[in-house]
Design a protein around this ligand. Structure first.
Ligand code: PLP
Length: 396
């Protein structure tokens, strides 16, 4: 017998992966440059130079037995110390190296953290639109998922709806800013409002509610927009970080969990994180990459190319008549579909070889996500197709 839950999960790939597979097939049929694949959030700018320098340097100067050996389960202490110091310098927050756990990227950071804090039946709040895997991760940890929709053109927090949703069973809320799929960045007022609400709820129910701050896009913010560091505003916070997007190394699988020293039972929470990592076999993240993280943590990616793409796509589509969320961060544009059913809209877009992701798997209806981490030329070439698509709707 097999686990029926896992079998069902394995047989049904994510909507994004399905489109990506279709894209490969279609490109083989009609040519690479004729298909406009906007499905995957795979960084398209090279890793900052410090990554290559660090790898070369480590390979030439380090003892290879040591460099490729195990670290302690929670990670190399020097790396964890560097990360904690950088958090102090960058955000004015006293992180604790002893509460940092090195992971294989944000997916591992989230699954370990959820496993560590969830008891069967606890509720986890997702803010829609949300990264689809959150649901898989939370349910796998035994949680019941509750979805609260964001509000307004820029998808800000709906504190009133959140106030109604948080109850004595609520154990955590996942906050992702800059956001996948909208590109929106939560304002300081939003974060302060959320902190105030959760503190009030905790006082009422006597139960800690943890914010899981999923931050793979922290460094991807444009025009100097301020991205609040949530542990500065709310004590029961666990940051789930990844270098996948900031250093353009998603295939290398490296990130970390940082439990706030101000969190309730911080030491025990970290012990539970270690236990969860152990129980799932997520121990000793890749050693070479831990060393790279030590050298490159906080490195600012050159966002020039993403910013150019962002402006070209947003300005061109809105001029044509599409409406979209103005993205302050990440590399996604969230566009209103031209009919209520986003999946049908994506099918029509396929006629023009435009591969977009319908918003349903992100927990909202009627939008599509366009990942603009592609070449500028792809966006330029795709614009006539977007025009034909909207003209078709205008004609009918
Ligand atoms: N969280 C969000 C919001 C993401 O967009 C992604 C990946 O696209 C992840 C988590 C997973 O990141 P990683 O590749 O570091 O596991």
């Amino acid at each position: 017998m097999l686990s029926q839950k896992m079998l069902a999960l394995g047989k049904k790939s994510s909507a994004i992966r399905e489109i990506f597979e279709y894209s490969k097939k279609r490109k083989a049929e009609i040519g690479e440059d004729k298909v406009f694949d906007f499905s995957l959030g795979n960084p398209s700018i090279p890793a900052p130079k410090c990554v290559e320098d660090a790898i070369k340097d480590l390979l030439t100067t380090c003892d290879s037995i040591d460099l490729h050996g195990y670290t302690s389960a929670q990670g190399d202490m020097e790396t964890r110390r560097t990360i904690a110091n950088n958090i102090g310098e960058r955000f004015g927050f006293a992180a604790d190296a002893n509460l940092i756990y090195m992971t294989c990227g944000a997916a591992a950071s989230l699954t370990i953290t959820l496993k560590a804090i969830i008891e069967e039946g606890d509720e986890v709040i997702l803010l829609a639109p949300y990264f689809p895997e959150y649901k898989v991760f939370a349910e796998n940890a035994g949680a019941k998922v509750k979805v609260v929709a964001c509000t307004g053109e820029q998808f800000s927090l709906d504190l009133e709806a959140l106030g109604k949703a948080v109850n004595k069973n609520t154990r955590a809320i996942i906050v992702n800013s800059p956001n996948n799929p909208t590109g929106a960045v939560l304002s300081e007022d939003d974060i302060k409002g959320l902190a105030e609400l959760l503190n009030k709820k905790q006082a009422e129910t006597g139960r800690a509610v943890t914010i899981l701050a999923d931050e793979p896009y922290r460094e991807l913010a444009y025009d100097g927009v301020f991205v609040p560091y949530i542990p500065n505003y709310y004590d029961n916070t666990i940051v789930c970080y990844s270098y996948s997007k900031s250093l353009s190394i998603p295939g290398e699988r490296i990130g970390y969990i940082s439990v706030s020293p101000r969190a309730e039972n911080a030491a025990d929470t970290f012990a539970a994180v270690c236990g969860a990592g152990r129980s799932m076999g997520y121990v000793c993240a890749p050693r070479l990459l831990q060393r790279v993280a030590k050298e490159c943590d906080g490195a600012a990616p050159d966002l020039t190319a993403y910013d150019k793409n962002r402006k070209l796509l947003y300005n061109s589509l809105t001029e044509m008549g599409y409406s979209a969320v103005y993205p302050d961060g990440a590399f996604y544009l969230f566009v209103k579909a031209l009919e209520p059913n986003a999946a049908e809209f994506c099918e029509r877009a396929k006629k023009y070889e435009l591969l977009l992701v319908p918003s349903d798997s992100f927990g909202v209806e009627g939008y599509v996500r366009i990942a603009y981490c592609v070449s500028y030329e792809q966006i330029e070439r795709s614009l006539p197709a977007f025009k034909k698509l909207i003209d078709e709707y205008k004609e009918n």
